[in-house]
Structures are given as C-alpha cells and as structure tokens.
Write a protein that binds this ligand. Structure first.
Ligand code: FAD
Length: 602
C-alpha cells in the first residue's frame, strides 16, 4: 500500500504514527538477527519501515532483499531508499523494477552522499544530479502507483548555501511529485518547528516527519552529530558529559530525551515520528511504550501466525502448525498453490507445492548464516548428547538460533521453556510447541490474536525428533493417555500414527464478536508428510553439511538424521490435559528399566 495513504489516514484520525529505519547488516549472521528484530519490532505497530541504500549502491542487493522480505513476509509497508550515487538511469530503473515486482510501492528518492574516499559528490555519466530528478523519473515511470518520499534538512544540507535556499530546493522536490518529507536527524525541537514554519511559508503542504535518533552510545552519537552538523542543545551536551563512559546510562538518557522531544514535536505539529533505529530494538521499544504509541491494547497479532499483505493471500486464515517457526518457507512452498477456498486447503498434493530450493533462494544468506551459527554457537558435537545440549540451550534462551526456527524462541514457547529444557537435555529434541490455553483475552501479549473482544484457545502441541527406541516406548504407553493424538515418521517414510490419514485437527481457535469461530492453525496429516522432508533435510543442509566429510560431528548428525523419528503430539483435552504427563511416565519407565538392569548385573 502507498505509505502516504496510511499517513493521511492517521492525520485525519488525529493519531500520531511512527516508523523504523533499518540498514543492511554487513554479515549474514547479522542479517538473520535483523530479521528476528524486525519481526518483534513490527509488533510494536509502526506504520511503515524503511531500508537504507548503502553509500554508492554498495548494499543494493541486500537493500532490495530486506525490503522484499519485510514487505512480503512481515506484512508491513516498506519504504525503500534509493540514491543516485554511482547509478545510471538504467541501473536506477533496474532497482525500481525489482522493487516494484517485489510489491514495494514506496521509495525514498535521494541524491545520496559521495562514496567513501571521494572528495565531493559527482554525477555518474547517464545518471541524475539531484534527488528531484529521481522523483520526476519515478512519477513519469510509475505514475501514482508509487509513493515517493524525500529528505529534508531542518538545519540546512551540508552543501547548501543557507536554510532558505535549501527549503526552496525541497519545495521543488515536492512540486516534482514527492508525497512526504523525512527530516535529517535532530536533537533540537526548535529547529524542527522553525523548519515547519519555513516549509509552510514556501507552500510545502505535505507531511514533514521528524527524524529521531535515540542516543545509544556516546561516541557514535558524537560522530553522527559531527558528520551531519546538526545542533546539539547545551542541556543535552551537559547531561551527557558526566555519563558518557557508561553506555547503560547513556542509553537510558537517550530514551528519556527522545520521549521528551517526541512529546513536544507531536504537540506542536509533527504528524508522526521517524526513528533511526540503527537496527537496535531496546531504546525504540521503550520510547514507543512511554509515548503510548504501541499498537493498541487489543490484539497485537491478527492471527497466531505471521500473515502477509500479499493480496492473493489475503483471504488465508488457516495454516498447518508445522511451519509456524518458518513462515517464509511456508509461503514459498505454497506460493503457487491452487487456492484457499473459504480459507481452507486446496489440494495439498498439488505439484505446485513448492520445493525446498525455493526457500533457500528467497532467504539469501541463510545458509551462510547457518554456517556462522554452526561454527560459533553449536560447536562440534562428538556425541548425540552434545546435540541434546544445543537444543536445551536454545530452549533455555542461552543461544538464539536453531536451524528449524527462524528468529528466537516465541513468546508463548517461553511459557513452557522449563519443561522443554528438561525434555531436550534428555534427548527429546523439540522443534515446535505451544502450551494449551483454555480461553484468554485476545489482547493477551503472548497468547492473544484476532480482533478486539475475542477469546483465544489452543491445544497443547509438541513436535520433536526422538530415537526409534524412544518412539517404541512412547507407542507402548500412549494408550494410557487417550486424549493424545500423534503422528510419527522417519526419513525413510516409516509412519506411525493414531489419527485417520485425512484428518485435520484445529489446534488454535478463537471466538470473536459477530463472527464464526476462527480456526487458524491445524495439525494435518498430508502436510506433515510434506513438512517431514524439510525437517529432515535441515539436519544436513543447515547443520551437518558444514562439517568436514568424515568428521565425527557429521557422523553424529547423520546418525540422528538417518535413524530418528519426527513425532508430533496433540493433547486434545485443552482443559485438564497434561501433555508432559506422558514424558514423565516414559522417564519413570526408563528409570525402572535402568534400575532393573543394574540390579540384575549386581
Ligand atoms: P538533494 O535534494 O538532491 O540535495 C543535494 C544538494 O543539492 C543539497 O545541498 C541541495 O541543497 C542541493 N540542491 C537540490 N536541488 C538543487 C537544484 N535544483 N539546484 C542546485 N542545488 C540543488 N544517503 C544514502 O547514501 N543512503 C540512504 O539510504 C540515505 N537515506 C537518507 C534518509 C534521510 C531521511 C535523509 C535525511 C538522508 C539520507 N541519506 C542517505 C543522505 C542523503 O543522501 C544525503 O544527505 C545527500 O547528500 C543529499 O541527498 P538529497 O536527496 O537530500 O539530495
């Protein structure tokens, strides 16, 4: 959607909005972290996010990839920055077309800075000299289907003769078709207010959004203030001086300052706030909370899983639970699916059901990120017990990645992390789970979803890899727990289950005023069999294959891949059920067996 339309809706409703800026990280591990952060920060309710364009186009591929991912998978409108530095019109067109094809309808049109090492900015042969030419070009090429923002400088651009001429040039950019202005970062509210006055006098009547930089670190703040030559009020400099060595205090001060400035800005005419996040979450989340701007206190999630704003998927309201930790993979696989009649499944066995390869293409860098994690976080397992520890540490929050889970541990999973740590340390390698819920308000921060005034329910669910011996013991006792249903399969396709092969079990549902009961997450046999391929492949492609052929670590992971079963269990009694009771029973059984063996050999 065009951001200007969303901004205007906010202005018409008298509701301030906010947005977050991100830059492409240098490493693939950083990229993976950024996605996790963006995912959480988008839950705060920004109206849009934007992704910077590296100086001289140095990050163009990443800017495009991050913008496309955020747009498609996080369901948020993205403003992609684009600069003229080192860009011929042909290259600009290629970037614009790629963005358009990825569903991006918002561009921040910039001239750009001189590349590192260059003394002054220079137009490239066949390129533009000023941002206004890029604005004109986008308008000519895309008409009103693209929304265009531009940069504004309350204290004047570094190269501008004075503030008045700078405002004249801004007016020209707006006349060429810019829809809104985002300002250079500022620490002096009075400078913004004076700028608004100048804009008004020059007839610039589009929204002018102040750029806010929460101070998070003294030396970085100094560097940025010096580089941009923005003024720092004496009171700010004086407050920072005695605490400048203490990062934690600087960060706290940065939050307080930003909150105070934001209140004044909003009170005196700023339509919203633009946060230069520097890819950091802590300060911005606190500022948004302190200002009372966090997305309403009704439901924070519209569905229990991350939906997309791809219009062709708009009617989708049900998904299998297996991909709940890998939403992008799920979307890739089902991108060309036949359809979702009434939000229900089409033919799961359709040949258009995506292959795993599509997923890797979509999340470029994920394999490299996995390799970083393998080297730095997972170490070199020598025994299967070392692998158990990796899983247990993930559930305990000691490490923030696991190959099966995009992003960290989900909020609701943390509610049962104690049980999960114990299970994993004992060799039940869990990759997905949810606690049971017998009716919570849809506004609940971890468990709520859907519209206002709803009540949400879910059945306890767990999915894990376990050894064939363990599976046999589980099968031997499962009849003692009649409210459990399960499906298990190994890599060779040997399947064990106590559900009909065509069954669909709703494990999340919600009741909302004036609506049918919504059942957005299901456990379903056919898609489990398809998910199984991906789940087993991850052992090799995102973990084992990174070790040397013939190494001990690779052998350990191959052993698990080749012999373990993937098991999912649903506790259907969402009122009195206890999913973990079966595992306590198994523990007791194993303990008795071990004792008997010890006794007989004594
Ligand atoms: P312009 O508006 O073209 O102005 C450039 C200079 O030319 C100014 O001095 C201006 O006064 C002058 N000028 C403008 N029009 C005329 C004219 N008709 N005749 C004569 N002089 C004129 N940089 C990046 O590399 N990547 C980013 O992602 C990025 N994001 C940014 C986001 C924001 C919100 C802001 C404020 C800046 C961002 N920048 C980014 C920095 C920006 O590229 C630089 O500040 C750059 O020097 C100016 O870009 P501009 O689009 O404002 O240029």
């Amino acid at each position: 959607m065009r951001i200007i339309d969303r901004i205007n809706e906010h202005i018409a409703a008298g509701e301030p909005f906010f947005s977050f800026e991100y830059f492409p990280p240098k490493t693939d591990a950083g990229l993976n972290n950024l996605y996790g952060r963006m995912d959480r920060m988008i839950d705060l309710g920004p109206t849009f996010v934007d992704v910077t364009w590296g100086a001289g186009g140095s990050t163009s591929d990443q800017t495009l990839a991050i913008s496309a991912t955020a747009q498609e998978f996080f369901g948020i409108d993205v403003l992609m920055h684009l600069t003229c530095t080192n860009m011929t019109v042909d290259r600009l067109d290629a970037a614009l077309d790629a963005a358009y094809a990825a569903g991006i309808r918002n561009i921040l049109a910039l001239r750009g800075d001189a590349p590192q090492g260059a003394a002054a900015w220079e137009r490239v042969e066949g390129g533009f000299s000023y941002a206004y030419q890029l604005v004109e070009h986008i308008r000519a090429r895309f008409g009103d289907s693209m929304c265009v923002g531009v940069a504004g400088y309350p204290e004047g651009h570094l190269e501008a003769a004075d503030r008045e001429s700078c405002t004249d040039y801004l007016k020209h950019k707006v006349d060429c078709g810019a829809d809104f202005v985002i300002t250079q970062l500022l620490f002096d509210v009075d400078e913004y207010l004076a700028f608004l006055g100048r804009c008004e006098r020059r007839g610039i009547d589009c929204p002018v959004i102040p750029g806010m930089l929460p101070i998070q670190n003294y030396s970085r703040f100094k560097k940025m203030a010096t580089f941009t030559k923005v003024s720092v009020p004496d009171s700010v400099a004086a407050a920072l001086e005695p605490i400048k060595q203490d990062d934690a205090q600087v960060r706290e001060y940065g939050v307080d300052l930003c909150v105070e400035m934001s209140r004044r800005l909003l009170e005196y005419g700023a339509p919203g706030l633009h946060f230069y996040t520097l890819n950091l979450e802590w300060s911005v989340a606190r500022i948004v909370d302190a200002l009372g701007l966090r997305a309403d206190d009704v439901a924070e999630r519209s569905l229990p899983w991350r939906s997309t704003d791809d219009p062709s998927r708009g009617g989708e309201d049900v998904r299998p639970i297996f991909w709940s930790n890998r939403p992008e993979s799920y979307l890739a696989r089902t991108a060309n699916w036949d359809d979702f009649p009434n939000g229900r499944w089409g033919d799961r066995r359709s040949p258009s059901y995506g292959t795993l390869n599509e997923y890797y293409l979509m999340r470029r860098g994920i394999r490299l990120a996995a390799r970083d994690a393998v080297e730095q976080v997972y170490g070199e397992p020598e025994r299967v017990e070392d692998v158990f520890q990796v899983f247990a540490r993930f559930c305990a929050g000691e490490i923030d990645s696991l190959p099966w889970v995009d992003g960290g541990l989900q909020g609701e999973t943390q509610l049962i992390s104690h049980e999960l740590v114990a299970l994993n340390a004992n060799g039940y390698l869990t990759i997905n789970s949810q606690p049971q819920v017998n009716g919570v308000a849809s506004s609940h921060p971890e468990l709520g979803w859907g519209g206002a005034g709803g009540v949400c329910y879910q059945k306890a669910y767990i999915e894990m890899f376990l050894s064939p011996e363990r599976l046999q013991r589980f099968l031997a006792i499962v009849a003692e727990f009649p409210s459990l249903t399960y499906q298990a399969v190994n890599v060779a396709g040997d399947a064990q289950f106590n559900v009909p092969p065509n069954s669909v079990n709703a494990v999340t549902w919600g009741i909302f005023p004036g609506k049918e009961i919504i059942q957005p997450t299901v456990v379903e046999f056919q898609s489990f069999m398809i998910w199984k391929e991906e789940a087993f492949a991850i052992w090799k492609q995102q973990w084992g294959d990174f070790y040397e052929t013939g190494s001990r670590a690779r052998a350990v992971l191959d052993e698990i891949h080749d012999s373990y079963y993937l098991l999912n269990i649903v506790e259907n009694d969402f009122i009195r059920g206890d999913l973990f009771a079966a595992f306590r029973r198994l523990d007791a059984l194993e303990h008795d067996t071990a004792t008997a063996v010890a006794d007989s050999s004594a």
